[in-house]
Design a binder for this molecule. Structure first.
Ligand code: UD1
Ligand code: CA
Length: 454
């Protein structure tokens, strides 16, 4: 059986008061559309089509950045969810079962998609609506049952007072028989309170309709406003932190802690307050992360300490201590046993085992060996204003305090640079490099200086 998915993402989301499409509004720093696409990716549809409309170029740019072969269909005018699916009809015409999802309901998950498809198939249904019971059903389409049998979806605006009491609502996620969906879409009308083509009207136009009630009521939650978006963030944030607690991660307090959904953390690691961990970050066991760290797309080994560290797109091996107040920029690898202290920035560099940069150092575009010592204030000058160059430092080299390494330059193994030197040519192994002006001490200079001033 071929399965296709249509994700509705064309609406402007007026109530969000944004210049961007609503589906790009973020929950835990990932667009809501990204959550839906992740669930689709896990399910493994044969084809996924996103219907775009308002600011289509922004939605398309996000979809293309994911590079997953997802198709898009343009809905020029936002005439309702039924019209949106129509815009994708041609692309899904060869699918046996078509799943329709709302791009603004991020908590739909792969398990629900699988079990609802099984229910859809067992019942030989033409449409299966995924529903849930919620405490505050206002704004959602209500599930109308007659003698227990599912009969229709009634939008909020079209509900009678009795229907408005119903707490079972439409999640906006459905399975359709592909063939029946294509037959039914042209029959939709705008004869309703909103004057839109409602996808929900397909239900009454199909004979074999069933409702699949999910135990996880979060799947229906959508965000039409910033307040609702904040609530989704709160739910997701707590759920992610609880998952890590279940996996053996400690939190003394969860204040200010935000962890993205895709982050992995090993047992016996403690995350301290005001720490934000995002993207595809993986952290090992027995680490101490925080307080006040920001980590994105990093791989961190076991027994690592991060104190007030910002780290992006970097790899840190085990038994490393970084901070306080250090910055790892993209393309950095920090090897086992390294110590990085306060006010150190490392960019696009490989720092060898047991090397130490304890204070006030900038290392950019460099390949640094093992056991190297960077004195306080030593830096690489990797940029001449036009091009960037690499610096190479051999094992056990000693970079004196306040050394300027003007790249491209190589320091041999066991070489030493004298404090305050500006190194513009390669230093051989075991050598001492000194570059200083002659030292002058003028006796009684203060007295003479003051007399001249008068
Ligand atoms: C819709 C359902 C409602 C359900 C709710 C669940 C209809 C008529 N109603 O209502 O029963 O309880 O979702 O969240 O379907 N969109 C387009 N093009 C359009 C209109 C909307 O692509 O012309 C997209 C939006 O970007 C959004 C999704 O479709 O991602 C849902 O639209 P929205 O206006 O938010 O529908 P709801 O009023 O929430
Ligand atoms: Ca909505």
């Amino acid at each position: 059986m071929k399965t296709g998915c249509v994700i509705l993402a064309g609406g402007a989301g007026t109530r969000m008061k944004s210049e961007r499409p609503k589906v790009l509004a973020e929950v835990l720093c990932k667009p809501m559309l990204g959550w839906v696409l992740d669930a689709c990716g896990k399910f493994g549809f044969d084809k996924t089509v996103v219907v775009t409309g308002f600011k289509t170029e922004l939605t398309e740019a996000y979809i293309n950045s994911r590079n997953e072969g997802i198709l898009t269909a343009l809905q020029k005018e936002q005439k309702g969810t039924g019209d949106a699916v129509k815009c994708a009809a041609e692309l899904i015409a060869d699918m046996d079962a078509v799943c329709v999802l709302n791009g603004d309901a991020p908590f739909i998950d792969c398990e629900t998609l699988k079990s609802s498809l099984a229910y859809h198939t067992e019942n030989g249904a033409e449409v299966t609506v995924i529903t849930a019971e919620i405490v505050q059903p206002q704004g959602y389409g209500r599930i109308i049952r007659k003698n227990g049998e599912f009969s229709a979806i009634r939008e909020q605006k079209d509900c009678s007072p009795e229907e408005a009491e119903i707490s079972e609502v439409n999640s906006g996620a459905y399975w359709f028989s592909g063939k029946k969906l294509l037959e039914t879409l042209p029959k939709l009308s705008t004869n309703n309170a909103a004057g839109e083509y409602y996808l929900t009207d397909c239900v009454e136009l199909m004979d074999k309709r069933v409702a699949y009630k999910s135990d996880n009521s979060d799947i229906v939650l959508g965000a039409n406003t910033r307040k609702a978006l904040f609530e989704l963030n709160t739910i997701a944030r707590n759920a992610v932190i609880e998952k890590h607690m279940d996996n053996g991660v400690s939190f003394i307090s969860t204040d200010g802690i935000i962890i993205g959904t895709d982050v992995e953390i090993g047992c016996d690691t403690t995350v301290m307050p005001n720490t934000v961990i995002l993207g595809s970050t993986k952290i090992g066991k027995g680490c101490n992360i925080g307080a006040n760290c920001h980590i994105e797309n990093c791989v961190i080994g076991d027994n690592v300490t991060f104190d007030n560290v910002h780290a992006y797109d970097s790899v840190v091996e085990e038994n490393v201590k970084i901070g306080p107040f250090a910055h790892l920029r993209p393309g950095t690898t920090i090897r086992t046993g390294v110590k990085i202290g306060n006010f150190v920035e490392i960019k696009n560099s490989d720092i060898g085992m047991n090397t130490c940069a304890a204070h006030l150092t900038y290392v950019g575009d460099s390949d640094v060996g093992r056991g190297v010592n960077f004195g306080c204030g030593s830096i690489t000058a990797n940029y001449d204003g036009i091009n960037k160059y690499r610096t190479k430092i051999g094992d056990h080299a000693f970079i004196g305090s306040n050394t300027n390494l003007i790249a491209p330059v190589e320091i041999g193994a066991n070489a030493t640079t004298a404090a305050g030197s500006t190194v513009t040519k390669n230093v051989p192994e075991n050598a001492l490099f000194v570059e200083r002006g002659a030292t002058r001490v003028k006796e009684n200079w203060e007295k003479n200086f003051k007399r001249k001033k008068k």
